[in-house]
Ligand binder design. Structure first.
Ligand SMILES: [Zn+2]
Length: 210
């Protein structure tokens, strides 16, 4: 084993000067994306705290047109640690609100902004939902059309960086984003949830989110 191989992804990414970019993100086919990630324990290591901050920072950069262009980033609303080849149950989500009808910035910039440690779905609706436009993933460099069947509403428990437990109820787009990221901590890819035989089938009662 060489010295370089001993430096793990978390060592590299949690360095003060490091900015996460697309080269840090592993792509489909990498075994870490299919692994069951490990829970973190509290208190978190300093690296785990910094990692969460960097993941959220990456999402901010990716949503800023100038920074994204400069850094060559694809826009993202969520990122999970396994996508960085770090097999831990850590996700970051950053869902911007749309501008108003006149194009003014929204009052609240984000409808959801969080770094979640050990996130877990503890309850969900019977109703299913899917995004009308399907889903994409920073670890998947191709379009995979079809409805990604998920729960319409979920209750999620998670811990913040200080070890405080939170319980949130999510619906609509936010619910989908968090389910997509939690899937990454369980080795599940979004296209696993598309009906291969009939990708745009609408099951009875299924909510299609525009
Ligand atoms: Zn993804």
């Amino acid at each position: 084993m060489s010295v370089i191989e001993k430096n793990t992804a978390i060592d590299r990414i949690s360095k003060a000067a490091h900015l996460i970019d697309m080269s840090d993100i592993i792509r489909e086919g990498h075994p870490t994306l299919r692994a069951l990630a490990e829970e973190v324990t509290f208190p978190l290591s300093e690296q785990e705290v910094i990692l969460g901050e960097k993941m959220l920072q990456f999402l901010k950069h990716s949503q800023d047109p100038v920074t994204a262009e400069k850094m060559g980033l694809r826009g993202g609303v969520g990122l999970a640690a396994p996508q960085l080849d770090i097999s831990k149950r850590i996700i970051a989500v950053l869902v911007p609100n749309a501008p108003d009808e006149e194009g003014n910035p929204p009052k609240e910039a984000y409808s959801l902004q969080a770094v979640m440690y050990n996130p877990k779905i503890v309850a969900h609706s019977v109703q299913d939902a899917a995004l009308a436009d399907g889903e994409g993933c920073l670890s998947v460099d191709r379009e995979v059309p079809g409805y990604v069947i998920r729960h319409a509403r979920v209750t999620v428990d998670y811990f913040d960086k200080d070890g405080q437990k939170h319980r949130i109820k999510l619906k609509g787009y936010n619910s989908i984003v968090v389910q997509h990221e939690i899937d990454h901590t369980n080795g599940v890819m979004f296209y696993d949830r598309i009906d291969e035989k009939d990708p745009f089938a609408v099951k009875e009662g299924m909510l299609v989110i525009e």
